[in-house]
Ligand binder design. Structure first.
Ligand SMILES: Cc1cc2nc3c(=O)[nH]c(=O)nc-3n(C[C@H](O)[C@H](O)[C@H](O)COP(=O)(O)OP(=O)(O)OC[C@H]3O[C@@H](n4cnc5c(N)ncnc54)[C@H](O)[C@@H]3O)c2cc1C
Length: 471
């Protein structure tokens, strides 16, 4: 992008809710005025496309508003403000331009999206505004211009993608945090946050069982990253292998993947490389993989046959789907994960792989039911990551790594060997005090009675079983 100066640059924020490492701020700050803008777009709060699940829920709303509150505070401390409006960005911006009565020397800048409604909006914006409209690429670890192949030639297998990039590609340095922002144009009302009720959303209660209370915003994200890496005694990264829990902040762009990468490199330089820090950069590569996959295959990411083009007769048994989404399948590890999702808006990666495999490979349900349910419930929902992962687990992607059928009982025993996690989220099984809680249907009648569990009454019998569960 050029370094042309403008009278005004409108910076449209969407999934890049940060000041640090944000190219649009660096570009915009060369102009006379900068107007940072966030629009509560009604399309984000309507329904999922195929199955009509309500978007967004209370957890997603809470996290988003926390991100925006933090961003606003930061802009205020830099001599500016975050302007809040309700409406489609293309309409809000047209109206703003009319009321501000500016000349042609205006630009609109945003960080680009690969796929989905946000990407479609960019075209609508270009059509509706007669000013310069420019986008940056800040959401990937590896910048698109540095790839060793054209986006349409991105390898479909993760291992090949990772090798090609690590062998030949460098990760760019972060953009610096601006010390001061150019002022808002005169007479612009910063606006207030809409009430969640105006979108039919109700604020959630914090669930005390949640491992981590996710609070949105760049400042909390930076703090979480530092604590994850350095811990209180400076050695946290070496002991904690269960995941960084950074995804909600990465998905909202409170952190750029580059910021995480360079923080890890600093840690490795001062301490040493260890499996946990290596895993962090490896996982960020998965994130890039799904972004570039989506860029290559576009709408195929939403097709029932996936990018593999495999025709599968997916079922739409809504009794089974409802049992899955409500955490009442009778398979404790699946139910615990689904209830954690409902109560907190989060689920671990292992949990996601297992519940997705159960939905598609045990219940044989349409994977898009699961993907849309995740879209409507995850606080870290990101369209390319979500649909890309679901497609792979369902077996209609091209990467073999995720596509095998999971033995969800064996996995439960592996990742929750004492059954504590299951008992936490499925309290009606609290009386079963050992790992046997993972196989309620194998318990003797006397054990069930002693544990005050009555299958089919206090807890469901499994809605599906698989031969491999008896291994
Ligand atoms: C069915 C399914 C749906 C998913 N939907 C989403 C989604 O909507 N949004 C989302 O961010 N992740 C999604 N993931 C990927 C992954 O489960 C989460 O990113 C991860 O659980 C977040 O936890 P963490 O931050 O502790 O991850 P860590 O293991 O600490 O990884 C660090 C970061 O790398 C990225 N990452 C890790 N694993 C993956 C992966 N498999 N694919 C893409 N990026 C990855 C995330 O940004 C994550 O925060 C999905 C996975 C599955 C199997």
């Amino acid at each position: 992008m050029g370094s042309q100066t403008y009278d005004l640059v409108i910076c449209l924020f969407r999934n890049d809710l940060r000041i640090d490492d944000n190219e649009i701020l660096e570009l915009a700050n060369q102009s006379k005025h900068v107007l940072p803008l966030y629009c509560f777009d009604p399309r984000h709060f309507s329904k999922t496309k195929l199955f009509g699940f309500p978007l967004s829920n209370g957890h997603q709303w809470k996290f988003l508003v926390e991100c925006l509150t933090d961003l606003r505070k930061q802009f205020q401390s830099l001599g500016s403000d975050l302007v809040i409006r309700q409406g489609k960005p293309e309409e809000v911006i047209s109206n703003l331009l009319k009321t501000l009565n500016l000349g042609p020397d205006v630009a609109v800048m945003f960080d680009k999206e690969v796929l989905g409604e946000d990407a479609e909006m960019e075209n609508a914006l270009k059509k509706s505004c007669e000013v310069t409209v420019e986008g940056t690429w800040g959401k990937m670890l590896y910048h698109i211009d540095d790839l060793p192949f054209a986006p349409k030639e991105v390898p479909d297998i993760f291992k090949n993608f990772e090798k090609a990039l690590t062998d030949t590609c460098k990760i760019r340095k972060c953009f610096e945090r601006p010390k001061q922002m150019k002022p808002l144009p005169e007479g612009v009302d910063p606006g207030t946050f809409p009430k969640p009720e105006s979108f039919g959303i109700h604020a959630p209660e914090q669930d005390s069982k949640s491992q981590l209370a996710f609070v949105g915003g760049e400042m909390v994200a930076l703090d979480h990253l530092q604590k994850f890496l350095w811990g209180h005694k400076g050695d946290k990264a070496s002991s904690d292998m269960s995941g960084t829990r950074l995804s909600p902040w990465l998905s909202h762009g409170c952190l750029s993947p580059r910021k995480v990468f360079w923080a890890v490199k600093t840690y490795e330089k001062e301490q040493k490389t260890n499996p946990s820090t290596e895993k962090m950069t490896h996982e960020l590569m998965w994130r890039d993989f799904f972004q570039y996959m989506a860029m290559k295959h576009k709408e195929k990411l939403f097709a029932p046959e996936g990018i593999k083009g495999e025709q599968v007769t997916w079922k739409h048994n809504m009794d089974h789907f409802n049992a899955w989404k409500d955490g009442k399948t009778g398979v404790p590890y699946i139910d615990a994960n689904m209830r954690e999702l409902a109560a907190t808006g989060f689920m671990s990666n292992k949990g996601r792989e297992n519940v997705a495999s159960f939905l598609t490979k045990d219940l044989l349900l349409d994977w898009r039911l699961g993907a849309e349910w995740f879209e409507a419930n995850l606080i870290d929902h990101e369209v390319c990551n979500n649909y890309g992962n679901w497609m792979c687990v369902a077996g209609v992607g091209l990467d073999p790594e995720l596509s095998h059928k999971y033995n969800v009982v064996k996995e439960g025993l592996l990742h929750d060997c004492n059954g504590d996690y299951v008992r936490l989220w499925v309290p009606e099984l609290d009386g079963i005090k050992s790992s046997k809680v993972h196989k309620t249907w194998c318990l003797e009648a006397t054990d069930l009675k002693a544990s005050k569990v009555e299958l089919g009454k206090t807890y469901p019998k499994p809605i599906a079983t698989a031969a491999e569960w008896t291994d």
